[in-house]
Design a protein around this ligand. Structure first.
Ligand code: ZN
Length: 550
């Protein structure tokens, strides 16, 4: 007599199942037991695994995909902007349309703060306000508080008199090298503080908030809020691209407290010794936290106009960007040590010249001490050329390209139209068989996965409606693959997650629509209805309201 089939704990049926598994693309239903997928197929077959205790989700024809993984981002505590520890969001996304909104928000917060408490804001755009706010205006809006407001670029801020006093900056303080306390007529401060001159102000802010500068309970709750937001976007795993041992400890505490989202932690190269000493230690092992990657900054910024290039910038024919601070011999030493310890290297590089420096180091180390499956990664890999694609392919290097054209496409103008088809080169990478992983680089672009997928599919900038690099657009299914199997592969997890395949973790997202069946410019509007991790519903929309199980 054949053994009775093992019954399911959970059945999800009546779904448009997009498996991301090349062996079986589509199905109607899945069955789960003990947190793993035990069957995928036709509804009528899966129904046979239904027992008296089986939980059943009727997906009502909606789309079921594997849980999303954002393989490069920077989680930070989400703290209520009006709380004493919160940072006022003064960008357009924070509801600021003009100068009146800007000052109204600052006044409202000043009234809620204890007298003398620091008032911190960020994200203002001089384009929206019609100029930079001044010290005098800030004094009028929030007298009694030191006020520090960061510009959206992060390269300048504006402060009031109480903040200048608290920072110890007086009329006699000289400008530091590479910075300026801007002065107007009669040598009085305008309030603008540029580049390196920001450091005495930044010290006051303890920004970003971290253990030590903000009470621990508020930081922990801030991270809980942050990860709840991730759950509501369908994220079941994230990679933190650059952490310290202290932040690794914080993740350990969060995971021990039941955080259902996994964290793939990339230790900053300053902490390579610590990583080598601890990555394989059993007492550091917490389910859900992976330590195997060193993050190194081997390049500069795309949006900051500093990425190092072979050919000059389109908007300045004498300017090639800046040579990275990390020199080739130091980069090589990091890669050598990481390779010897069996670690993965994740190298930040944007400009073609920066990327080649990383590939030089990887090629040298690969020849000296070959290893079978290193999956070293280039983070962003923004500006490429045919030679880079060929080298990356030969070296089996993976890319974690930006998906930010939707939000920041206009910034690509600085590189010129002839380069657009080589920026965020997803099509070239896929055609060459280079592994790519989906990511937001949050907070650089929002970690809303549907919005990121729209960006990969359309490459259309929101601000001007222009498509940047049409040839590099992905199909919706390719973009979904990047945020599931692609990321899983970059994290050495493709055998345990990333597709809806028997034996894998039961991580799913239920989407209101199939990204392949809506207009490409509407993909970002697709609602995430439910996020399931290990067979448990961690987020769902019930009667229009978000409900979290963590
Ligand atoms: Zn980053």
């Amino acid at each position: 007599m054949p053994a009775a089939p093992r019954l399911a704990d959970l059945i999800i049926t009546n779904a448009n199942v997009k498996t991301m598994d090349t062996a079986l693309h589509h199905a109607e239903a899945v069955a789960v037991r003990d947190g793993r997928i035990i069957a995928v197929g036709a509804a009528i077959e899966i129904a046979k695994l239904q027992g008296p205790k089986t939980r059943r989700i009727d997906a009502q024809g909606h789309t079921l995909v594997p849980g999303f993984i954002d393989t490069h981002m920077h989680p930070r505590p989400a703290i209520d902007e009006m709380s004493p520890y919160g940072v006022l969001e003064l960008s357009a996304e924070g509801g600021i349309k003009n100068k009146a909104d800007f000052f109204a928000k600052i006044k409202a917060k000043a009234q809620r703060l204890p007298r003398g408490a620091l008032l911190l804001g960020a994200g203002y755009g001089d384009d929206i306000l019609g100029g930079h706010p001044t010290l005098t205006e800030l004094d009028a809006a929030a007298s009694g508080h030191p006020v520090i407001i960061f510009h959206s670029s992060g390269h300048r801020l504006v402060a009031n008199s109480a903040a200048f006093a608290k920072a110890g900056v007086t009329g006699l303080t000289p400008d530091p090298v590479g910075g300026q306390f801007e002065k107007g007529a009669g040598g009085v401060f305008t309030g603008a503080v540029l580049e390196t001159a920001m450091s005495p102000f930044a010290r006051l802010t303890g920004r970003p908030p971290s253990p030590g500068t903000v009470p621990e309970a508020i930081v922990t709750e801030g991270y809980r809020q942050e990860f709840r937001t991730f759950l509501s976007y369908g994220l079941t795993g994230v990679a933190d691209a650059g952490i310290t041992p202290a932040k690794a400890e914080l993740y350990r505490q969060l995971l021990r407290g039941g955080l259902p989202v996994t964290v793939y932690a990339m230790l900053l190269s300053d902490h390579l010794d610590w990583l080598i000493a601890n990555h394989a230690k059993p007492d550091w092992a917490v389910p859900g936290l992976t330590l195997r990657t060193v993050k190194t900054y081997a390049g500069n910024s795309l949006s900051g106009h500093t990425a190092w290039l072979y050919e000059p910038y389109a908007d300045d024919s004498h300017y090639f960007g800046l040579e990275p601070k990390l020199k080739a011999p130091d980069l090589l030493a990091i890669v050598q040590r990481a390779q010897a310890a069996g670690l993965q290297v994740a190298a930040h590089a944007n400009g073609d010249r920066e990327i080649d420096q990383v590939l030089d180091a990887l090629a040298k180390v690969g020849a000296e001490t070959p290893q079978a499956d290193t999956r070293h990664r280039i983070e962003h890999a923004s500006i490429t050329n045919p030679a880079i694609i060929a080298r990356a392919k030969a070296l089996k290097v993976c890319f974690a390209p930006h998906s930010y054209i939707l939000n920041h496409g206009a910034k690509l103008e600085a590189f010129g139209a002839q380069r657009f088809d080589w920026i965020e080169p997803n099509r070239h990478a896929i055609d060459a068989g280079i592994c790519i992983g989906g990511n937001s680089d949050h907070p650089v672009s929002p970690p809303r996965v549907m919005e990121r997928i729209q960006s990969l599919v359309t490459r259309r900038a929101m601000s001007n409606g222009k498509v940047y690099g049409q040839s590099q657009r992905l199909t919706p299914d390719e973009a979904l693959y990047a945020f599931t199997m692609g990321s899983a592969y970059l994290q050495f997890e493709e055998k345990v997650r990333g597709s809806i395949t028997v034996g894998k973790r039961a991580d799913f997202v239920i989407l209101a629509d199939d990204p392949a069946r809506v207009a490409p410019d509407k993909i970002a509007d697709i609602a995430v209805l439910e996020t399931i991790i290990g067979g448990k519903t961690m987020f769902e929309i019930v009667k229009g309201k978000s409900r979290f199980a963590w």
